[in-house]
Design a protein. Structure first.
Ligand code: ATP
Length: 225
């Protein structure tokens, strides 16, 4: 039996989304379909604890996510959750998960995370407790070696090991870690911000998001209009 099989499966996709890009949306579709999720919640962080602080306000980032999702043809199952706006800063994932359990009932949410961010997981606030509450879907990024992922998981749970039959990591407790190893989406918000600063319109920005950025002169974009 894999993670929460037979149950309504809710994925959590937290991030800065500064701004949301097509990589996020393609990744969401892929995870929804491949991991048989019913819903994937996009959860923007007002103040991410583990990264540099966002360039634009939470309100703008949430509005860009709303515009991107409204316009994306393959959006079924994708939803926006602004829950972190009502939680204390910084936006620790454990607090978000506890709040979502109040909202949706106690269940094992599946946290979607890029392989780059997974390597920081042991430094997250109350990380071992978090692993008691969730399972993980790790999406390949920056060609991170699977040994590095396993080593990271073992710092949280020394019993964590790859289950060849189920094709996932398991350990003590009920969590499971799936790995979408063959995914390659070479796009980042940082590269997009750099393009915008240079006055270029990045291909990987959804049209509705680019229109929003131009309208509000975000990321140093100077409108010629
Ligand atoms: P930045 O370039 O500012 O660091 P980002 O593109 O990583 O931004 P975030 O909003 O910080 O975007 O990402 C949210 C989550 O999505 C993180 O877990 C991140 O690893 C993952 N993610 C974002 N883009 C990709 C991608 N192209 N491939 C795989 N995972 C991604």
């Amino acid at each position: 039996m894999t993670v929460s099989e037979g149950q309504y499966r809710i994925g959590l996709f937290g991030g800065t989304f500064d701004p949301v890009h097509k990589g996020h949306l393609l990744l969401a579709r892929l995870v929804l379909d491949r991991c048989r999720l019913n819903t994937l919640l996009f959860i923007p962080a007002p103040q991410p604890p583990h990264k540099r602080q966002p360039l634009v306000s939470f309100g703008h980032r949430a509005a860009m996510l709303t515009a991107a999702l409204a316009d994306w043809p393959e959006r079924h199952g994708m939803e926006l959750s602004l829950i972190e706006a009502s939680l204390p800063a910084p936006s620790y994932t454990i607090n978000t998960v506890e709040a979502l359990r109040q909202q949706y009932g106690p269940q094992r949410f599946l946290l979607v995370i890029g392989a780059d961010s997974l390597l920081d997981l042991p430094q997250w606030h109350r990380a071992p407790e978090l692993l008691n509450l969730i399972s993980l879907i790790v999406v390949q990024r920056d060609a991170i070696e699977r040994e590095a992922i396993e080593k990271t998981l073992r710092t949280l749970d020394p019993h964590c090991a790859w289950n060849e039959e189920l094709q996932l990591w398991q350990g003590t407790g009920e969590y499971a870690v799936e790995f979408l190893a063959d995914v390659e989406l070479p796009v980042s918000s940082s590269a997009i911000r750099e393009d915008l600063l240079q006055g270029r319109s990045p291909d990987m920005l959804p049209a509705a998001v680019l229109a929003y950025i131009k309208r509000h002169h975000l990321y140093g974009w100077l409108s010629q209009a």
